[in-house]
Design a protein around this ligand. Structure first.
Ligand code: FMN
Length: 159
C-alpha cells in the first residue's frame, strides 16, 4: 500500500498548538508547516488584536506557505480557539488555499470552550467537511493526558 502523504499545518501564538502539531506530524510521519505572519502578535496588544480579528471574522496577513497543499493526500489544519472562533491566521490560510486542499482534518487547542464553532467556521471557509476533528482543552494538552485523544485522531485519519 502506498504511504499517505500528510501535511500538518498550524498557527500558534503561545506554543500549545505548535506542541500538538509536532506530536501529530511525528505520529503520522507527515510534513509540518507553521503559518507565519509578518506582524508580531505578542503581548496585550497582540491579544486584543487577535480577539478583534477573530470576532470580526477578519483574516490576517500571512507569509506565503512553503508547501503546496495539493502535493499531499491529507492536510491536517490546527488552530487555537480565539473568541469561540478559528484564529485569523488559519482563517487566512484556509481562504488562500481552499482550491488546493485535498482531504482535510482539523484540530484545535483552547482554554475549554468554542471548538464546535471554530470547526464549523473552518469547514465553511474550506468548503468541505473534515475527515476527523480533535479538540484539546488546556488540561488535555500535556504529553501523558493527550496520548489517548491524539491516537484516536490519528487512527481515524489513517483509516
Ligand atoms: C485572543 C484569544 C482568545 C481566546 N478565546 C478563547 C475561547 O473563546 N475559548 C477558549 O476555550 N480559549 C480561548 N483562548 C485560549 C486559547 O485558545 C488557548 O490558550 C490555546 O491553547 C492557545 O494556543 P497557542 O498557544 O497555540 O496560541 C483564547 C486565547 C486568545 C489569545
Amino acid at each position: 500500500m502506498q504511504k499517505l502523504r500528510i501535511l500538518v499545518v498550524y498557527y500558534s501564538r503561545s506554543g500549545t498548538t505548535r506542541r500538538i502539531a509536532e506530536a501529530l506530524s511525528s505520529a503520522l510521519d507527515g510534513s509540518l508547516e507553521e503559518v507565519l505572519e509578518a506582524r508580531n502578535r505578542s503581548g496585550i496588544l497582540g491579544y486584543w488584536r487577535s480577539l478583534v480579528e477573530a470576532r470580526s471574522k477578519r483574516p490576517s496577513d500571512i507569509l506565503p506557505a512553503r508547501n503546496d497543499p495539493s502535493d499531499f493526500d491529507l492536510v491536517v489544519v490546527g488552530t487555537p480557539v480565539w473568541a469561540w472562533s478559528v484564529s485569523s491566521p488559519i482563517r487566512a490560510y484556509l481562504s488562500a488555499n481552499k482550491q488546493r486542499l485535498p482531504a482535510i482534518a482539523f484540530f484545535c487547542t483552547m482554554g475549554g470552550r468554542g471548538s464546535d464553532t471554530a470547526f464549523a467556521q473552518m469547514q465553511e471557509i474550506a468548503g468541505k467537511a473534515p475527515r476527523a476533528t480533535c479538540a484539546l482543552a488546556a488540561r488535555e494538552t500535556a504529553p501523558d493526558t493527550r496520548k489517548l485523544r491524539l491516537s484516536a485522531f490519528t487512527d481515524a485519519l489513517r483509516a
